[in-house]
Design a protein around this ligand. Structure first.
Ligand code: HEM
Length: 516
């Protein structure tokens, strides 16, 4: 009897192993065939591009070229443009990417054929906490979320946020005074990071943060750690997976995303800071659900449904994810843009003086400050021109083709990722004469709608663009109405870093002099 049972168990185990083996074989076969299939698509579409291998595509070339070019991804596309022109294809892991740089093709993708390009490139390495956010949604889910979120950024809502933004910029202006008194140089990038975190925490989520007055503010510490994604060697176990390492592996093997995400969250400092930030956001949102404040206009109240009685977990998770996305978007991109603009103005004293002339005498603190500031033409030129020269996000304006179609004579299969090389467009001398010169007045004349894309374009552009513009203009107006800024000797040349999709100056050290 025992012997028979053993035989049955043994044969069951053998059977299960056989099934496992066949499943594994089928998975490997699928994996291999898919890669070979995708790798013939570029030839089928008669697209030029660098030679590639079916498994890793062009990832090694990209990596080598980036190392040669100071880690700057946009330089890879500048070089490929020289070799292959304005439309070409390359591969990363199992995906074909097609670059479209001609403005009429860009307009076709972002605007005219939007229904064929509703989704962004699948984000294999997106943090768990962002998976339900707008930025990661596709098709109808995206449409539904976007229609709920867009009304949060109307002129009326933005106007109502002017006073808290103005209060925070006043703290920044005051803190500059101490540097002016002693003629001491300092890194204004850090000051802007504290400001933008304070603004987004206060204006968007009513979270008490005092990053500007307290450099050890815990909120600031977690946000910077999350952004740096640098595991601290002293506090991290040796097996910690840094965001960078694991994002690179995921480009090759997106199939491994769920496992890597788990390890990253558990082992890296950035992952732990992310958990802390999410915990704080969730607490703020739960508080608002329990004690609704119908009078308050901030992003939480705009994202929560009118009636929060019996609200389901799915809705709460989506609000948390979107608030977290706004926190990230509102912090780094805006502080980077402010730093680039400050560097440009400090480098070009004539332009700075012209801006001062426009700002001199304008009441930046009145009830109507929002409308006044948004109407200043030269400030608008400074905003646009600095984002043209240094768009903080250079490689995020991409779309996945959701149905087979043709753009600029190129046939595209479903699943192909199309990318708009924003940096190249912004520096193209046939579009912007003398493209490297800083000339705010060039925006007095009209330009092609696709020639200026720091916030992307079409229905899926940056939903927070108007908020970012308000914060940028209010900050630059406040700082440059009160001070003259000069570059410190080690910031005369700009050292640009490109740690992820974002461009950022390494530092912008300046000295400040009081104007009035
Ligand atoms: C200077 C500051 C900013 C820059 C340069 C910037 C840039 C961008 C870019 C290039 C995109 C992709 C657009 C596309 O694919 O066409 C984007 C998307 C997005 N941005 Fe921004 N952004 C900034 C500030 C903000 C702020 C302050 C918020 C929120 C408060 C925000 C929220 C978002 C969201 C949610 C998306 C995804 C939109 C969607 O998928 O529908 N951004 N941003």
């Amino acid at each position: 009897m025992i012997a028979t049972t053993r035989m049955v168990v043994a044969s069951n185990i053998g059977y299960s192993l056989e099934i496992l083996l066949y499943t594994l074989l089928a998975a490997v076969l699928y994996f291999v065939c898919k890669r070979f299939y995708v790798h013939q698509l570029r030839d089928a579409a008669r697209l030029p591009g660098p030679a590639s291998t079916p498994f890793i595509g062009n990832l090694l070339d990209i990596s080598k070229m980036m190392t040669k070019n100071g880690g700057l991804l946009y330089r890879v596309h500048e070089e490929w443009k020289r070799l292959y022109g304005k439309t070409y294809g390359f591969f990363v892991g199992p995906r074909l990417f097609v670059i479209f740089e001609k403005l009429e093709d860009v307009q076709e993708i972002l605007v005219k054929q939007f229904s064929n390009f509703t989704d962004r490139q699948p984000m294999d390495f997106i943090h768990d906490s962002l998976k339900k956010a707008l930025v990661n949604q596709r098709g109808n889910r995206w449409r539904h979320q976007r229609s709920r979120i867009s009304p949060a950024f109307t002129t009326r809502k933005l106007r109502s946020m002017t006073t808290p933004v103005s209060t925070k910029t006043a703290i920044l202006a005051e803190s500059l005074e101490s540097y002016a008194d002693v003629d001491e140089e300092f890194d204004i990038l850090r000051a802007y990071q504290c400001l933008t975190l304070d603004v987004i925490a206060q204006v968007a989520f009513d979270l008490p943060s005092s990053c500007q007055s307290d450099p050890n503010d815990i909120f600031l510490a977690h946000a910077s750690r999350f952004f740096q994604e640098m595991p601290n060697p002293e506090s991290c176990p040796p097996m910690a997976i840094s965001r960078k390492n694991y994002e690179e592996s995921l480009l090759l093997f997106p199939e491994l995303a769920p496992f890597c995400e788990f390890f990253h969250r558990k082992t890296s400092d950035g992952g732990r800071s992310e958990a802390w930030l999410i915990h704080r956001l969730r607490a703020a949102i739960n508080k608002r659900i329990e004690h609704p404040e119908p009078e308050r206009i901030d992003l939480i109240s705009l994202l929560l449904p009118q009636n929060t009685f019996n609200i389901d977990d799915e809705t709460v998770d989506t609000v948390v994810a979107n608030c977290f996305a706004f926190l990230l978007a509102g912090y780094e991109t805006t502080s980077t843009s402010l730093s680039f603009a400050t560097w440009l103005l400090a480098k070009n004293q004539d332009t700075q003086d012209r801006l001062y002339e426009e700002l001199n005498g304008v009441d930046l603190q009145s009830e109507s400050a929002y409308d006044t500031i948004m109407r200043l033409p030269y400030l608008n030129g400074v905003f646009k021109e600095s984002l043209r020269l240094f768009p903080p996000i250079t490689f995020f304006v991409n779309r996945t083709c959701v149905a087979p179609t043709t753009v600029g004579g190129i046939e595209l299969e479903k699943g192909t990722v199309v990318c708009v090389p924003v940096w190249n467009i912004h520096r193209d001398e046939t579009i912007w004469p003398e493209p490297n010169a800083f000339r705010p007045e060039r925006f007095d004349a009209p330009h092609h709608p696709m020639a200026w894309l720091p916030f992307g374009g079409g229905p899926r552009n940056c939903v927070g663009a108007r908020f970012a513009e308000m914060e940028f203009k209010m900050t630059i107006a406040r700082v440059f109405a009160e001070y003259r800024l000069k570059l410190a000797s080690d910031s005369k040349e700009l050292n640009i870093l490109n740690p992820s999709v974002m461009l950022a100056p390494e530092r912008v050290c300046v000295t400040v002099e009081r104007r009035r």
